[in-house]
Design a binder for this molecule. Structure first.
Ligand SMILES: NC(=O)c1ccc[n+]([C@@H]2O[C@H](COP(=O)([O-])OP(=O)(O)OC[C@H]3O[C@@H](n4cnc5c(N)ncnc54)[C@H](O)[C@@H]3O)[C@@H](O)[C@H]2O)c1
Length: 443
């Protein structure tokens, strides 16, 4: 029997998607949506567009598309805006990053892309060392800058005639910031904005501005940003959906699939060496040790949580884990990630696995931006406020409620996501118990 579904406000009118950053990921995302709308490309990699969801028992054969099952915003209803310290519009950005084929996928939608020009950014080179930009807001205090972002949000909504908005951070990775006293409470955070405290990074100002405007905020980079008690307090106060951090796309996605396999079979892991070559602007920014530190923390965390070395010291207690990112311009956005994994089995005999993933960073990330925009909008309309842990499927360092540890296993995250969708629509959870199909499961 299905339970009651939750009341969800309808997805009427336009949904504005505001990207902080209009670089490789954001330009590939907006171009891909437009190509899909014009029937010129398929939105592969997106659950909201491609995936089905099983409902009820296996014998019922009910498996609608997710986009037919839930009241999601349609691609036709999306409009786009962005901020970036680099003044390139989406057409120029798409050409510069070179992800999509110029003749097949960029020039045919030139007029659409040219209309997406970035608003001046809140940017400070202290937080992203390897970047310079001229399209930057001026203000005496961080609060003043954040208020200017609020105005941008309101103006965009009015000008585009949007019903609702979401903000997705697709901007560069900022330097590593330890959570400190200014992030502990909203009052301390706002005081620190007034005092131009160094611990308040630009990404936090975007998050604050979005929440103040009752707009959901998703963080695609590993920056601390919205993962602080202060901004959680604000999100709960204003009943706004927030979440992050760091799109889970390439090497870490593979890691969170392979490591649960080793653990499920009780195979030991003695070493995991991961290295990457990457030649896009993201690679250049991550070449700075302070930005890399933020990324490294995000990438390193997953094995600890999945393998639980404290619970299984003989299997994972000695695991040596190393992650490297090397800026290598000739490859552009086409990242190559190598993994060497040293494992051991029965009687301690060693074995090795090598993975060579020749991926395309932004091709993997763009559908995540789409899904996050649609699901955060859904969450907001369903009255889900605060941290959206059910969307941890999309993140390398999923934000969770205080006191909880994050789930990193991709398939646990996938089950969590689909069960949340069933829950929202009043459908039964799928536990995979399945005894009812057998004699021994009958009363
Ligand atoms: N592509 C992936 O697979 C992937 C996976 C996980 C995370 N990410 C993260 O997504 C982000 C975007 O990646 P990308 O490849 O598009 O990088 P990119 O360098 O091409 O684009 C980032 C853009 O953000 C802009 N920017 C920097 N600071 C800003 C600020 N304060 N306000 C507004 N804009 C600002 C930059 O000028 C740049 O145009 C990066 O942080 C990256 O680490 C990407």
């Amino acid at each position: 029997m299905a339970d009651q579904s939750r009341p969800i406000a309808p997805a009427t009118g336009k949904l504005g998607v505001l990207c902080v950053g209009l670089g490789a990921v954001a330009s590939t995302f907006v171009a891909g949506v437009e190509l899909a709308r014009r029937g010129k490309a398929k939105p592969f990699g997106s659950l909201t567009q491609m995936a089905t969801i099983r409902l009820g028992k296996r014998t019922e054969q009910r498996a609608p598309l997710i986009k037919d099952f839930l009241p999601l915003a349609r691609l036709e209803d999306l409009v786009f805006g962005a901020w970036d310290p680099i003044p390139d519009n989406a057409f120029e950005a798409a050409l510069k990053c070179g992800v999509l084929d110029k003749h097949e996928h960029v020039l045919p939608i030139r007029d659409f892309l040219e209309r997406i020009a970035p608003m001046p950014a809140v940017f400070d080179q202290h937080y992203v060392k390897r970047l310079q930009g001229s399209n930057v807001k001026q203000g005496k205090t961080k609060r003043e800058l954040a208020e200017a972002l609020r105005k941008d949000i309101r103006d965009f909504k009015a000008k585009q005639g949007c019903d609702r908005l979401v903000v997705v951070w697709c901007a560069s990775t900022e330097i590593f910031i330890q959570p400190g006293p200014t992030h502990e409470s909203l009052a301390a955070f706002e005081q620190a904005m007034d005092a131009n405290d160094r611990s308040i990074a630009p990404s936090m100002l975007y998050a604050w501005a979005a929440i103040m405007e009752n707009v959901p905020f998703a963080n695609g980079a590993p920056n601390l940003t919205v993962d602080t008690p202060a901004l959680l307090e604000l999100a709960e106060q204003r009943r706004v959906a927030i979440g992050g951090k760091d799109f889970k796309t390439g090497q870490t996605m593979v890691k969170t699939v392979l490591s649960p396999m080793f653990k499920a079979r009780m195979l030991g892991v003695s070493g995991w060496y991961s290295t990457n070559i990457l030649g896009n602007r993201d690679g250049e920014v991550l070449d700075d040790p302070e930005s890399f530190k933020t990324k490294e923390e995000s990438k390193l965390g997953v094995l600890e949580y999945i393998l639980q070395p404290k619970m299984y010291p003989e299997l994972y207690g000695e695991l040596y884990h190393k992650v490297r990112i090397n800026y290598y311009p000739p490859r552009g956005d086409n990242k190559e990630g190598w993994d060497n994994i040293d494992i051991f089995g029965w009687c301690g005999y060693p074995m090795q696995i090598k993975v060579d993933f020749l991926c395309r960073d932004s091709i993997l990330a763009a559908p995540l931006v789409l899904d996050l925009a649609l699901f955060f909008d859904l969450a907001q309309r369903a009255g889900f406020s605060g941290v959206q842990e059910w969307l941890s499927f999309y993140f390398k360092s999923p934000q969770v409620a205080p006191g909880l540890y994050p789930e990193h296993d991709l398939f646990i995250q996938h089950t969590k996501l689909k069960n949340t969708l069933r829950y929202l629509m009043g459908e039964e959870q799928i536990t995979h118990l399945g005894v009812e199909y057998y004699e021994y499961g009958k009363e």
